[in-house]
Design a protein around this ligand. Structure first.
Ligand SMILES: [Zn+2]
Ligand SMILES: [Zn+2]
Length: 454
Protein backbone atom coordinates (compact mmCIF):
# COMPACT_ATOMS: atom_id res chain seq x y z
CA UNK A 1 0.00 0.00 0.00
CA UNK A 2 1.31 3.45 -0.90
CA UNK A 3 2.15 5.57 2.14
CA UNK A 4 -0.36 8.31 2.99
CA UNK A 5 0.53 11.76 4.27
CA UNK A 6 0.89 11.99 8.01
CA UNK A 7 0.17 8.34 8.67
CA UNK A 8 3.33 7.43 10.47
CA UNK A 9 4.06 4.53 12.76
CA UNK A 10 5.77 5.24 16.05
CA UNK A 11 9.06 3.91 14.62
CA UNK A 12 8.73 6.11 11.55
CA UNK A 13 8.37 9.17 13.76
CA UNK A 14 11.50 8.10 15.61
CA UNK A 15 13.25 7.66 12.27
CA UNK A 16 12.54 11.26 11.28
CA UNK A 17 13.82 12.49 14.62
CA UNK A 18 17.04 10.49 14.31
CA UNK A 19 17.54 11.77 10.77
CA UNK A 20 17.26 15.37 11.83
CA UNK A 21 19.60 14.73 14.75
CA UNK A 22 22.08 12.94 12.53
CA UNK A 23 22.03 9.71 14.51
CA UNK A 24 23.13 7.29 11.81
CA UNK A 25 23.24 4.17 13.99
CA UNK A 26 19.66 4.50 15.14
CA UNK A 27 18.54 5.36 11.61
CA UNK A 28 20.23 2.23 10.31
CA UNK A 29 18.62 0.10 13.03
CA UNK A 30 15.14 1.52 12.36
CA UNK A 31 15.46 1.06 8.60
CA UNK A 32 15.85 -2.65 9.31
CA UNK A 33 12.55 -2.72 11.18
CA UNK A 34 9.44 -4.11 9.46
CA UNK A 35 7.39 -1.21 10.85
CA UNK A 36 9.41 1.38 8.96
CA UNK A 37 8.66 2.24 5.34
CA UNK A 38 11.57 4.07 3.73
CA UNK A 39 9.19 6.22 1.68
CA UNK A 40 6.77 7.11 4.46
CA UNK A 41 5.31 10.63 4.39
CA UNK A 42 4.98 13.14 7.20
CA UNK A 43 2.03 15.55 7.36
CA UNK A 44 3.69 17.85 4.76
CA UNK A 45 4.34 14.99 2.39
CA UNK A 46 8.06 14.88 3.16
CA UNK A 47 9.91 11.58 2.93
CA UNK A 48 12.85 10.66 5.18
CA UNK A 49 15.13 11.31 2.17
CA UNK A 50 13.78 14.84 1.78
CA UNK A 51 14.42 15.47 5.47
CA UNK A 52 17.98 14.16 5.21
CA UNK A 53 18.64 16.20 2.05
CA UNK A 54 17.28 19.37 3.60
CA UNK A 55 19.40 18.90 6.71
CA UNK A 56 22.45 18.41 4.48
CA UNK A 57 23.29 14.97 5.86
CA UNK A 58 25.27 13.09 3.20
CA UNK A 59 25.70 9.75 4.98
CA UNK A 60 22.03 9.69 5.88
CA UNK A 61 21.05 10.26 2.24
CA UNK A 62 23.37 7.47 1.10
CA UNK A 63 21.89 5.10 3.65
CA UNK A 64 18.32 5.92 2.68
CA UNK A 65 19.07 5.49 -1.03
CA UNK A 66 20.64 2.12 -0.29
CA UNK A 67 17.41 1.18 1.42
CA UNK A 68 15.40 2.02 -1.67
CA UNK A 69 14.32 5.60 -0.95
CA UNK A 70 12.40 7.02 -3.92
CA UNK A 71 14.46 9.95 -5.22
CA UNK A 72 11.62 11.27 -7.36
CA UNK A 73 8.82 11.14 -4.80
CA UNK A 74 6.64 14.17 -5.45
CA UNK A 75 4.07 14.11 -2.68
CA UNK A 76 5.28 17.25 -0.94
CA UNK A 77 2.57 19.86 -0.38
CA UNK A 78 4.44 22.42 -2.53
CA UNK A 79 5.76 19.90 -5.01
CA UNK A 80 9.33 19.96 -3.69
CA UNK A 81 11.54 17.00 -4.54
CA UNK A 82 14.52 15.62 -2.65
CA UNK A 83 16.79 17.33 -5.23
CA UNK A 84 15.12 20.66 -4.51
CA UNK A 85 15.74 20.17 -0.80
CA UNK A 86 19.36 19.32 -1.58
CA UNK A 87 19.63 22.56 -3.57
CA UNK A 88 18.13 24.55 -0.70
CA UNK A 89 20.55 23.00 1.78
CA UNK A 90 23.48 24.02 -0.43
CA UNK A 91 25.17 20.66 -0.11
CA UNK A 92 26.51 19.90 -3.58
CA UNK A 93 27.50 16.36 -2.69
CA UNK A 94 23.89 15.57 -1.86
CA UNK A 95 22.69 17.22 -5.05
CA UNK A 96 25.13 14.99 -6.96
CA UNK A 97 23.95 11.90 -5.06
CA UNK A 98 20.33 12.61 -5.94
CA UNK A 99 21.14 13.13 -9.61
CA UNK A 100 23.18 9.95 -9.74
CA UNK A 101 20.29 8.10 -8.15
CA UNK A 102 18.14 9.27 -11.06
CA UNK A 103 16.57 12.48 -9.77
CA UNK A 104 14.72 14.31 -12.53
CA UNK A 105 16.17 17.84 -12.65
CA UNK A 106 13.39 19.17 -14.90
CA UNK A 107 10.56 18.63 -12.39
CA UNK A 108 9.03 21.91 -11.20
CA UNK A 109 7.47 22.77 -7.85
CA UNK A 110 4.00 24.22 -7.35
CA UNK A 111 5.15 27.66 -8.53
CA UNK A 112 6.92 26.32 -11.60
CA UNK A 113 10.54 26.39 -10.42
CA UNK A 114 13.13 23.70 -11.05
CA UNK A 115 15.63 22.54 -8.43
CA UNK A 116 18.40 24.58 -10.10
CA UNK A 117 16.25 27.71 -10.11
CA UNK A 118 15.37 27.23 -6.44
CA UNK A 119 19.03 26.75 -5.52
CA UNK A 120 19.97 29.87 -7.49
CA UNK A 121 17.21 31.80 -5.75
CA UNK A 122 18.72 31.12 -2.33
CA UNK A 123 22.29 31.74 -3.54
CA UNK A 124 23.50 28.14 -3.52
CA UNK A 125 25.60 28.46 -6.67
CA UNK A 126 27.63 25.30 -6.15
CA UNK A 127 24.45 23.28 -6.26
CA UNK A 128 23.29 25.12 -9.36
CA UNK A 129 26.56 24.13 -11.03
CA UNK A 130 26.21 20.49 -10.05
CA UNK A 131 22.63 20.34 -11.28
CA UNK A 132 23.33 22.18 -14.53
CA UNK A 133 26.44 20.13 -15.31
CA UNK A 134 24.85 16.81 -14.67
CA UNK A 135 24.30 14.86 -17.83
CA UNK A 136 22.53 11.52 -17.54
CA UNK A 137 23.94 8.65 -19.56
CA UNK A 138 20.53 7.95 -21.19
CA UNK A 139 20.65 11.32 -22.91
CA UNK A 140 23.89 10.30 -24.60
CA UNK A 141 22.73 6.75 -25.30
CA UNK A 142 19.84 8.26 -27.26
CA UNK A 143 22.32 8.94 -30.09
CA UNK A 144 23.41 5.31 -30.21
CA UNK A 145 19.99 4.34 -31.58
CA UNK A 146 18.87 4.81 -35.15
CA UNK A 147 16.55 7.79 -35.40
CA UNK A 148 14.02 8.43 -38.15
CA UNK A 149 15.21 7.77 -41.67
CA UNK A 150 18.90 7.44 -40.78
CA UNK A 151 20.39 4.07 -41.61
CA UNK A 152 22.82 4.10 -38.75
CA UNK A 153 22.99 5.81 -35.37
CA UNK A 154 24.93 9.07 -34.99
CA UNK A 155 27.13 7.50 -32.33
CA UNK A 156 28.39 3.90 -32.47
CA UNK A 157 27.48 2.38 -29.09
CA UNK A 158 31.09 1.42 -28.35
CA UNK A 159 31.93 5.16 -28.28
CA UNK A 160 29.21 6.10 -25.81
CA UNK A 161 31.14 4.97 -22.72
CA UNK A 162 34.44 6.69 -23.59
CA UNK A 163 32.68 9.88 -24.68
CA UNK A 164 30.56 9.92 -21.53
CA UNK A 165 33.74 9.84 -19.48
CA UNK A 166 35.04 12.90 -21.31
CA UNK A 167 31.86 14.95 -21.05
CA UNK A 168 31.32 14.33 -17.35
CA UNK A 169 34.75 15.69 -16.41
CA UNK A 170 34.69 18.76 -14.22
CA UNK A 171 38.30 19.55 -15.09
CA UNK A 172 38.12 21.41 -18.38
CA UNK A 173 41.84 21.88 -18.87
CA UNK A 174 42.50 21.14 -22.55
CA UNK A 175 45.45 18.91 -21.65
CA UNK A 176 43.22 16.91 -19.31
CA UNK A 177 40.67 16.44 -22.08
CA UNK A 178 43.43 15.26 -24.43
CA UNK A 179 44.55 12.83 -21.69
CA UNK A 180 41.02 11.45 -21.47
CA UNK A 181 40.93 11.02 -25.24
CA UNK A 182 44.36 9.39 -25.36
CA UNK A 183 43.33 7.04 -22.59
CA UNK A 184 40.91 5.27 -24.87
CA UNK A 185 42.15 3.80 -28.18
CA UNK A 186 38.59 3.91 -29.54
CA UNK A 187 38.67 7.70 -29.38
CA UNK A 188 42.07 7.94 -31.04
CA UNK A 189 40.61 7.66 -34.53
CA UNK A 190 39.77 10.63 -36.70
CA UNK A 191 36.43 9.16 -37.70
CA UNK A 192 35.43 8.42 -34.09
CA UNK A 193 36.37 11.94 -32.97
CA UNK A 194 34.34 13.47 -35.78
CA UNK A 195 31.28 11.45 -34.77
CA UNK A 196 31.72 12.56 -31.16
CA UNK A 197 31.92 16.19 -32.28
CA UNK A 198 28.68 15.86 -34.25
CA UNK A 199 26.89 14.42 -31.24
CA UNK A 200 28.29 17.08 -28.89
CA UNK A 201 27.15 19.81 -31.27
CA UNK A 202 23.68 18.27 -31.37
CA UNK A 203 23.53 18.15 -27.56
CA UNK A 204 24.70 21.76 -27.46
CA UNK A 205 21.93 22.74 -29.85
CA UNK A 206 19.36 20.85 -27.80
CA UNK A 207 20.53 22.60 -24.60
CA UNK A 208 20.00 25.97 -26.26
CA UNK A 209 16.69 25.23 -27.94
CA UNK A 210 14.81 23.33 -25.26
CA UNK A 211 12.30 25.12 -23.04
CA UNK A 212 14.57 25.04 -19.99
CA UNK A 213 17.65 26.38 -21.67
CA UNK A 214 20.91 25.14 -20.17
CA UNK A 215 23.64 27.50 -21.33
CA UNK A 216 26.24 26.06 -18.97
CA UNK A 217 25.93 22.60 -20.44
CA UNK A 218 25.72 24.02 -23.97
CA UNK A 219 29.02 25.90 -23.56
CA UNK A 220 30.67 22.87 -22.00
CA UNK A 221 29.59 20.56 -24.85
CA UNK A 222 30.72 23.07 -27.44
CA UNK A 223 34.09 23.50 -25.77
CA UNK A 224 34.75 19.75 -25.56
CA UNK A 225 33.67 19.43 -29.17
CA UNK A 226 36.26 22.09 -30.11
CA UNK A 227 39.03 20.21 -28.28
CA UNK A 228 38.06 16.97 -29.99
CA UNK A 229 37.93 18.72 -33.34
CA UNK A 230 41.45 20.02 -32.81
CA UNK A 231 42.58 16.54 -31.80
CA UNK A 232 41.28 15.12 -35.06
CA UNK A 233 43.18 17.79 -37.01
CA UNK A 234 46.39 16.94 -35.18
CA UNK A 235 45.81 13.23 -35.72
CA UNK A 236 45.36 13.88 -39.41
CA UNK A 237 48.49 15.98 -39.79
CA UNK A 238 50.91 14.11 -37.59
CA UNK A 239 51.39 10.56 -36.58
CA UNK A 240 52.34 11.22 -32.99
CA UNK A 241 49.26 10.31 -30.94
CA UNK A 242 48.51 13.93 -29.99
CA UNK A 243 51.84 14.50 -28.24
CA UNK A 244 52.45 17.51 -30.40
CA UNK A 245 49.07 19.01 -29.50
CA UNK A 246 49.89 18.64 -25.81
CA UNK A 247 53.29 20.21 -26.40
CA UNK A 248 51.70 23.15 -28.15
CA UNK A 249 49.24 23.61 -25.31
CA UNK A 250 52.01 23.63 -22.72
CA UNK A 251 54.73 25.58 -24.50
CA UNK A 252 55.48 28.76 -22.59
CA UNK A 253 56.65 32.01 -24.14
CA UNK A 254 59.80 33.90 -23.17
CA UNK A 255 60.44 35.11 -20.56
CA UNK A 256 57.52 34.22 -18.27
CA UNK A 257 56.63 30.80 -19.67
CA UNK A 258 53.00 31.79 -20.21
CA UNK A 259 51.26 29.22 -22.48
CA UNK A 260 50.13 31.52 -25.28
CA UNK A 261 48.85 28.84 -27.65
CA UNK A 262 46.66 27.40 -24.90
CA UNK A 263 45.23 30.79 -24.02
CA UNK A 264 44.49 31.63 -27.64
CA UNK A 265 43.00 28.21 -28.25
CA UNK A 266 40.54 28.47 -25.35
CA UNK A 267 39.60 32.02 -26.34
CA UNK A 268 38.92 30.87 -29.86
CA UNK A 269 36.74 27.98 -28.64
CA UNK A 270 34.61 30.42 -26.68
CA UNK A 271 34.41 32.85 -29.58
CA UNK A 272 33.20 30.09 -31.87
CA UNK A 273 30.17 29.32 -29.70
CA UNK A 274 27.37 29.43 -32.29
CA UNK A 275 24.63 31.05 -30.18
CA UNK A 276 25.64 34.71 -29.95
CA UNK A 277 22.54 35.69 -27.98
CA UNK A 278 23.46 33.45 -25.03
CA UNK A 279 23.88 35.39 -21.79
CA UNK A 280 26.69 33.14 -20.62
CA UNK A 281 28.65 33.70 -23.83
CA UNK A 282 28.34 37.47 -23.51
CA UNK A 283 29.43 37.23 -19.89
CA UNK A 284 32.48 35.16 -20.87
CA UNK A 285 33.45 37.51 -23.68
CA UNK A 286 33.09 40.51 -21.39
CA UNK A 287 35.40 38.91 -18.81
CA UNK A 288 38.00 37.76 -21.31
CA UNK A 289 38.17 40.60 -23.83
CA UNK A 290 39.85 43.22 -21.60
CA UNK A 291 42.50 40.80 -20.33
CA UNK A 292 45.82 41.02 -22.13
CA UNK A 293 47.28 37.66 -23.10
CA UNK A 294 49.63 36.66 -20.30
CA UNK A 295 47.74 38.38 -17.48
CA UNK A 296 45.29 36.96 -15.01
CA UNK A 297 42.60 35.74 -15.15
CA UNK A 298 43.30 33.24 -17.89
CA UNK A 299 40.60 32.14 -20.31
CA UNK A 300 40.82 28.70 -18.70
CA UNK A 301 40.04 30.02 -15.24
CA UNK A 302 37.18 32.16 -16.52
CA UNK A 303 35.70 29.24 -18.42
CA UNK A 304 36.09 26.89 -15.47
CA UNK A 305 34.51 29.37 -13.13
CA UNK A 306 31.54 29.79 -15.46
CA UNK A 307 31.02 26.08 -15.88
CA UNK A 308 31.90 24.56 -12.55
CA UNK A 309 31.56 27.52 -10.23
CA UNK A 310 35.08 26.80 -9.00
CA UNK A 311 36.93 29.92 -7.87
CA UNK A 312 40.37 30.72 -6.59
CA UNK A 313 42.96 29.25 -8.92
CA UNK A 314 45.80 31.18 -7.39
CA UNK A 315 47.76 29.30 -4.75
CA UNK A 316 45.52 26.27 -5.08
CA UNK A 317 46.81 22.78 -5.66
CA UNK A 318 46.14 22.51 -9.39
CA UNK A 319 48.51 20.54 -11.61
CA UNK A 320 50.44 22.94 -13.87
CA UNK A 321 50.19 20.51 -16.77
CA UNK A 322 46.64 19.22 -16.70
CA UNK A 323 44.77 21.41 -14.21
CA UNK A 324 43.78 18.45 -12.02
CA UNK A 325 42.92 19.41 -8.45
CA UNK A 326 44.78 17.89 -5.52
CA UNK A 327 48.22 17.82 -7.15
CA UNK A 328 50.96 17.37 -4.56
CA UNK A 329 54.27 16.76 -6.36
CA UNK A 330 56.42 19.85 -6.45
CA UNK A 331 59.28 20.57 -8.82
CA UNK A 332 62.20 19.79 -6.55
CA UNK A 333 64.30 22.69 -7.81
CA UNK A 334 62.02 25.74 -7.88
CA UNK A 335 59.34 24.24 -5.60
CA UNK A 336 56.87 26.60 -7.27
CA UNK A 337 55.03 24.42 -9.76
CA UNK A 338 53.02 21.37 -8.80
CA UNK A 339 52.04 18.27 -10.72
CA UNK A 340 49.81 15.22 -10.26
CA UNK A 341 52.67 12.85 -10.96
CA UNK A 342 55.93 12.37 -12.77
CA UNK A 343 54.17 11.95 -16.08
CA UNK A 344 52.71 15.45 -15.87
CA UNK A 345 56.07 16.83 -14.79
CA UNK A 346 57.90 15.15 -17.67
CA UNK A 347 55.44 16.57 -20.17
CA UNK A 348 55.96 20.08 -18.84
CA UNK A 349 59.73 19.95 -18.39
CA UNK A 350 60.67 20.94 -21.97
CA UNK A 351 59.23 24.38 -21.36
CA UNK A 352 59.54 24.65 -17.57
CA UNK A 353 63.30 24.06 -17.64
CA UNK A 354 63.76 27.47 -19.24
CA UNK A 355 62.39 29.26 -16.18
CA UNK A 356 62.91 26.79 -13.34
CA UNK A 357 66.18 28.33 -12.14
CA UNK A 358 64.82 31.85 -12.36
CA UNK A 359 61.74 30.81 -10.37
CA UNK A 360 63.97 29.24 -7.75
CA UNK A 361 65.86 32.49 -7.23
CA UNK A 362 62.60 34.41 -7.10
CA UNK A 363 61.20 32.06 -4.47
CA UNK A 364 64.30 32.29 -2.31
CA UNK A 365 64.11 36.05 -2.41
CA UNK A 366 60.42 35.96 -1.48
CA UNK A 367 61.09 33.60 1.38
CA UNK A 368 63.75 35.89 2.74
CA UNK A 369 61.37 38.82 2.58
CA UNK A 370 58.59 36.80 4.21
CA UNK A 371 60.87 35.82 7.07
CA UNK A 372 61.81 39.43 7.59
CA UNK A 373 58.15 40.46 7.51
CA UNK A 374 57.27 37.72 10.01
CA UNK A 375 59.86 38.96 12.48
CA UNK A 376 58.49 42.47 12.09
CA UNK A 377 54.89 41.26 12.63
CA UNK A 378 55.91 39.35 15.72
CA UNK A 379 57.40 42.47 17.21
CA UNK A 380 54.23 44.43 16.36
CA UNK A 381 51.81 41.84 17.73
CA UNK A 382 53.70 41.80 21.01
CA UNK A 383 52.99 45.51 21.27
CA UNK A 384 49.29 44.85 20.47
CA UNK A 385 48.98 42.35 23.28
CA UNK A 386 49.99 44.93 25.80
CA UNK A 387 47.48 47.40 24.39
CA UNK A 388 44.62 44.88 24.57
CA UNK A 389 45.63 43.89 28.08
CA UNK A 390 45.34 47.42 29.29
CA UNK A 391 41.74 47.81 28.06
CA UNK A 392 38.67 46.91 30.08
CA UNK A 393 36.94 43.61 29.07
CA UNK A 394 34.10 45.44 27.18
CA UNK A 395 36.48 47.52 25.14
CA UNK A 396 38.52 44.46 24.39
CA UNK A 397 35.52 42.71 22.86
CA UNK A 398 34.59 45.74 20.79
CA UNK A 399 38.12 46.04 19.52
CA UNK A 400 38.26 42.43 18.34
CA UNK A 401 34.84 42.62 16.71
CA UNK A 402 35.82 45.72 14.81
CA UNK A 403 39.00 44.08 13.63
CA UNK A 404 37.28 40.95 12.44
CA UNK A 405 34.61 42.89 10.58
CA UNK A 406 37.08 44.94 8.64
CA UNK A 407 38.94 41.75 7.82
CA UNK A 408 35.91 40.07 6.29
CA UNK A 409 35.11 43.19 4.29
CA UNK A 410 38.58 43.25 2.87
CA UNK A 411 38.55 39.59 1.93
CA UNK A 412 35.15 39.97 0.34
CA UNK A 413 36.43 42.80 -1.82
CA UNK A 414 39.38 40.75 -2.93
CA UNK A 415 37.21 37.84 -3.97
CA UNK A 416 35.12 38.35 -7.05
CA UNK A 417 31.56 37.16 -7.57
CA UNK A 418 29.57 35.00 -6.96
CA UNK A 419 28.39 37.17 -4.07
CA UNK A 420 27.52 35.18 -0.98
CA UNK A 421 23.89 35.24 0.08
CA UNK A 422 22.91 37.47 2.97
CA UNK A 423 22.54 34.60 5.41
CA UNK A 424 25.86 33.10 4.48
CA UNK A 425 27.66 36.39 4.91
CA UNK A 426 26.31 37.12 8.34
CA UNK A 427 27.04 33.58 9.47
CA UNK A 428 30.62 33.88 8.30
CA UNK A 429 31.28 37.14 10.04
CA UNK A 430 29.66 35.85 13.19
CA UNK A 431 31.94 32.84 13.15
CA UNK A 432 34.92 34.99 12.39
CA UNK A 433 34.29 37.32 15.29
CA UNK A 434 33.62 34.36 17.53
CA UNK A 435 36.87 32.66 16.74
CA UNK A 436 38.91 35.83 16.91
CA UNK A 437 37.54 36.76 20.32
CA UNK A 438 38.29 33.23 21.43
CA UNK A 439 41.80 33.62 20.17
CA UNK A 440 42.24 36.82 22.11
CA UNK A 441 40.97 35.08 25.20
CA UNK A 442 43.51 32.33 24.68
CA UNK A 443 46.23 34.81 23.99
CA UNK A 444 45.58 36.78 27.12
CA UNK A 445 45.51 33.57 29.11
CA UNK A 446 48.86 32.51 27.82
CA UNK A 447 50.08 36.04 28.37
CA UNK A 448 49.11 35.89 32.05
CA UNK A 449 50.63 32.44 32.30
CA UNK A 450 53.87 33.82 30.94
CA UNK A 451 53.79 36.66 33.38
CA UNK A 452 53.30 34.43 36.39
CA UNK A 453 56.23 32.35 35.22
CA UNK A 454 58.35 35.44 35.16
ZN1 LIG B 1 48.53 16.63 -14.04
ZN1 LIG C 1 61.02 23.98 -11.35
Amino acid sequence: MAPRKGELTEEERQLLTHISQGNIQETRRLLGSKDVRVNCLDEHGMTPLMHAAYKGKVDMCKLLLQHGADVNCNEHEHGYTALMFAGLSGNKEIAWLMLEAGADADVVNSVGRTAAQMAAFVGQHDCVTVINNFFPREKLDYYTKTQGLNKEPKLPSKLAGPLYKVITTTNLHPVKIVFLIKENPLLMEIDALKKCCTVLDLICEKCMKQKDMNEVLAVKMHYISCVMQKCSTFLQDQEDKLDNFIKNLLKGRDPDCFPVFQEKFIRECIRKFPYCEATLLQQLVRSIAPVEIGSDPTAFSILTQAITGQVGFIDADFCTTCGEKGATKRCSVCKLVIYCDQNCQKLHWFTHKKVCKMLKEKREKQEEEAAREKRRQEKLSKKDFFLVEEMKPDEQLAATEGASNSQTDASREAECPPAPSATEGSKESKEASLSSSEQTADASISQTANKSEE
